[in-house]
Design a protein around this ligand. Structure first.
Ligand code: EPU
Length: 335
């Protein structure tokens, strides 16, 4: 979000052994040299692209520098990679395509790192990380012990995993994610605009996953501001999932309301549409505002504080609640 915030300590580790050592120095019950009080909080971050700091962090921020990748299993049709949590997500996606490992091309251009992809279940243009995750290797930050979660144990759902459940939030640091990818390319074209752009390609381009990557990156560039230029964290809110009954009553009042099928007969409604209907799109309040081309994106026009953005988020939530009786939830983590 381009927010200025400081941590008391920042520790980047390059291996599981170094992480365990850092936990000895800064973890539960530890008293860092020269510091009288033990047990300051620990916050493990990835690329930090989905974090909103409301103030400085009076504790230890940990960051993974584990950047090695190895092949765990391979057969004719697929390969399973063990991928270091500290690798930049889009670098990983790009390298996979160059090696002929397919599946993640629709997730091109997403900010952040590999570790967070398994926490957040990143998703875009018809694909989610969970579609390819086999296992997640973690370290329990309370004990320093390794724990491996198989994909089924991660309870993956839309922008959700077990690692985001309140009772486990912040407890496990992801060290490696095991991704099983395909060796043959088969385009995932369920997102209508992607399918449309794909259909316009000459037939020789349609054998290449890199063509999907190019289309996805250009679609993202059109809709989403570059965070290096205009601070933002992509979608600030998640799309709400409502009952069919609730959707039908809204549809009676707003016949144009867009919707997508979700699991268990529920309906996903674009939060961007709800926010736009409430008149927020393109609005600026002080140093922050709602992006003019995508109502789901909150932006820092320069010098905004975390508290200002949180106040804007609260106002948007309240107006969506009042008008549609729907509670939208931030996707960004407030720290
Ligand atoms: N819409 C509006 N106003 C807007 C923008 C969109 O009304 O300003 C409506 C339109 O009806 C549009 C619908 O919202 O058809 C959906 O818009 P879009 O396809 O842009 O997707 P989104 O729901 O806004 C989600 C993800 C994005 C992801 C895109 C593409 C979430 C929270 N966001 O956005 O993810 O890139 O789909 O798959 O699910 C992110 O998580 O940071 C992110 C960018």
């Amino acid at each position: 979000m381009g927010i200025s915030a400081k941590a008391r300590w920042f520790v980047e580790y390059d291996s599981i052994e170094e992480l365990r050592y850092a936990l000895k120095l800064f973890g539960q019950g530890a008293a860092p040299e020269g510091e009288p009080e033990p047990s300051r909080p620990i916050l493990h971050i990835g690329g930090g692209s989905n974090l909103l700091f409301l103030q400085d962090y009076d504790g230890c921020v940990l960051h993974s520098g584990i950047k090695n990748t190895s092949i765990m299993e391979e057969d004719e049709g697929s390969v399973t990679l063990r991928v270091g949590a500290g690798i930049v997500w889009d670098t990983f996606v790009d390298e996979c395509l160059q090696k002929g490992y397919y599946g993640l091309e629709n997730l091109s251009g997403i900010p952040g790192e590999v570790g967070a992809s398994a926490v957040q279940n990143v998703g875009a243009y018809g694909t989610e990380a969970k579609d390819f995750i086999v296992r997640v290797e973690t370290i329990d930050l309370n004990t320093g012990e390794t724990r491996i979660f198989h994909a089924q144990e991660c309870h993956y759902a839309y922008r959700h995993s077990i690692f985001k459940q309140p009772e486990l939030f912040g407890r496990y640091a992801v060290t490696y994610v095991h991704y099983r990818l395909n060796k043959t390319f088969s385009p995932q074209l369920s997102y209508a605009a992607l399918n449309k752009a794909w259909e316009c390609l000459p037939s020789e381009a349609k054998s290449k996953a890199s063509a999907i990557r190019s289309i996805v990156i250009s679609m993202r560039n059109e809709k989403l501001p570059d965070p290096h230029i205009l601070g933002n964290c992509g979608s600030f809110f998640m799309n709400p999932i409502i009952t069919k009954h609730k959707f039908e009553s809204l549809q009676a009042e707003y016949p144009d309301i867009p919707a997508f099928a979700a699991t268990d007969g529920m309906v996903k409604v674009p939060a961007a549409w709800l926010i736009q209907q409430c008149g927020w799109k393109g609005k600026r309040i002080g140093n922050c505002g709602v992006y003019e081309h995508q109502a789901l994106v909150l932006v820092n026009h320069g010098g905004a504080t975390g508290k200002e953005l949180a106040a804007l988020s609260d106002s948007i939530r309240a107006s969506v609640q009042e008008r549609f009786d729907i509670d939208i939830h931030p996707e960004a983590n407030f720290i």
